[in-house]
Design a binder for this molecule. Structure first.
Ligand SMILES: Cc1cc2nc3c(=O)[nH]c(=O)nc-3n(C[C@H](O)[C@H](O)[C@H](O)COP(=O)(O)OP(=O)(O)OC[C@H]3O[C@@H](n4cnc5c(N)ncnc54)[C@H](O)[C@@H]3O)c2cc1C
Length: 412
């Protein structure tokens, strides 16, 4: 957004409570690598120029990438500046920070979608002998006591952390709810390549039936690694991870799990096959390479016929629980009445229901890729066009109208 505002000569400042790339520096586990290939982190005027476009950045590489970008575009970042409140005032907003106040006509909220780890209410009934972590405070298996580990949640974070803890020699049980299975590689290409080429990631928020539901779906079950292996439930059961259904409750130290494990996995397999159908149809209509292997399907997820429905958490079998149950943004500092019943900011494709206020980086904000690094550029181009028109006093274009590439001379 800073780059797009600079392109339009719009005076702005970027307020950051920590440092550039703060979330990657302080809120991720040590072994994490991006699950998006190097070529895919395309930012306005900046992309990957190394010799491994299909590789996956480590955390130090990701931090370096973002720090270089901030430098290359001379982003006016003011670090160590926490925004403590944003209030409406005449003709704009008063932004209070730990380093003084700012007054401005427009505000772009780009404080992230993953500020707080979601932990289900059942956690309150956990026996105190069990240590708990979330993906935000888990760093590596050395932090954990010896003994069994229950990982709750089987999306990108849960499956990766379960695999790593299992490799450390601890028995791992994975309790899972809705999850989205995808192969890392399909027909010789990365799944992200297919989704990008087939336009799946560009799907627009006005094109989906139930945008509220789609904005709540979990992340793809994907991991980045040198050998490009798929981390799915079959790969985890192959090495000895036990699968259970959704953690439904904890009573007197007894955890109860839903019996719908098979249904959940069948649903996930079905959705994966639908995505592969879309990719195959696209490839048939847009043949690009005779060498591309033919369509095929993957083995269905293997699940026990009757997985256990209970577990005694006082027996000592489980020493640690990792809550990999998703994340949520923290907008507690926003003192403008723009929240819906569920505490989410009301917006239309990032144009917030408060004049001159914009939102970035939220799942499916404008496109399926909106919460990826790769999605920020297109969203910022659209929203900066809207913001510029607002500042000019022109009637801003509808939020659902993507900006043309010719942003500087776009007329509204
Ligand atoms: C575990 C994990 C793995 C991921 N892997 C990938 C991946 O492989 N590829 C990919 O494209 N995306 C990935 N993502 C999504 C990724 O977070 C986004 O793509 C990207 O970080 C979004 O950037 P952002 O600037 O919107 O949010 P963030 O990176 O969260 O940045 C928000 C910034 O706002 C600051 N901030 C928050 N509140 C305040 C405040 N009150 N005052 C001042 N500053 C504040 C924070 O310190 C932070 O630096 C992953 C996310 C997680 C959680």
């Amino acid at each position: 957004m800073s780059r797009c505002l600079a392109d339009r000569s719009i005076d702005h400042v970027v307020l950051e409570r920590g440092e550039v790339a703060n979330s990657w520096k302080n809120e991720r586990w040590d072994s994490l690598r991006l699950l998006t290939p190097n070529w895919q982190s395309r930012l306005p005027g900046y992309g990957y120029e190394g010799d491994d476009p299909d590789g996956f950045r480590t955390m130090p590489e990701t931090i370096d990438f973002l720090e270089c970008y901030a430098e290359v575009i001379s982003a006016p970042v003011q670090t160590d500046t926490t925004v403590t409140s944003v209030r409406s005032v005449d003709d704009g907003y008063l932004v209070a920070t730990t380093q003084g106040d700012w007054q401005c006509r427009t505000v772009v909220i780009a404080s992230g979608a993953c500020n707080v780890a979601r932990v289900p209410a059942v956690a309150e009934a956990l026996p105190s002998s069990i240590a708990t972590f979330t993906p935000m405070d888990y760093r590596n298996p050395d932090q954990l006591a010896p003994g069994g580990v229950l990982v709750v949640g089987a999306s990108a974070s849960g499956t990766q952390i379960a695999a790593e803890i299992h490799r450390s020699g601890r028995p791992v049980t994975l309790a899972l709810g809705e999850h989205i299975r995808v192969p890392r590689v399909y027909r010789g290409r990365d799944i992200e390549w297919w989704m990008d080429a087939a336009g799946v990631l560009d799907e627009f928020y006005t094109e989906v039936d139930n945008i509220d539901r789609v904005r709540g779906v979990p992340s793809l079950q994907l991991a980045g690694s040198d050998d490009r292996h798929t981390v799915d439930l079959n790969s985890l059961t192959d090495v000895g991870v036990k699968l259970l259904g959704r953690l439904a409750g904890i009573n007197d130290g007894k955890a109860q799990f839903s019996g719908a494990l098979r249904n959940l996995c069948e649903m996930s397999d079905l959705k994966m096959n639908r995505l592969l159908d879309t990719i195959d149809e696209w490839e048939t209509e847009n043949p690009f390479d005779e060498e591309v292997p033919p369509p095929h399907r993957f083995e269905p997820t293997r699940v026990e016929a009757s997985p256990p429905l209970g577990m005694n958490l006082n027996s000592g079998e489980i020493q640690t629980i990792v809550w990999a149950t998703g994340f949520r943004p923290d907008h507690s500092w926003l003192d403008v009445p723009v929240f819906d019943r569920k505490g989410r900011i009301r917006h239309d494709g990032g144009v917030v229901e408060a004049a001159g206020m914009y939102l970035m980086g939220i799942p499916f904000l404008r496109r399926r890729k909106s919460s990826l690094i790769d999605g920020a550029g297109d969203d910022a181009r659209d929203l900066s066009a809207h913001l510029a028109a607002y500042l000019d006093g022109a009637a801003p274009r509808p939020a659902s109208d993507p900006a043309s590439d010719d942003t500087a001379s776009a007329a509204f």
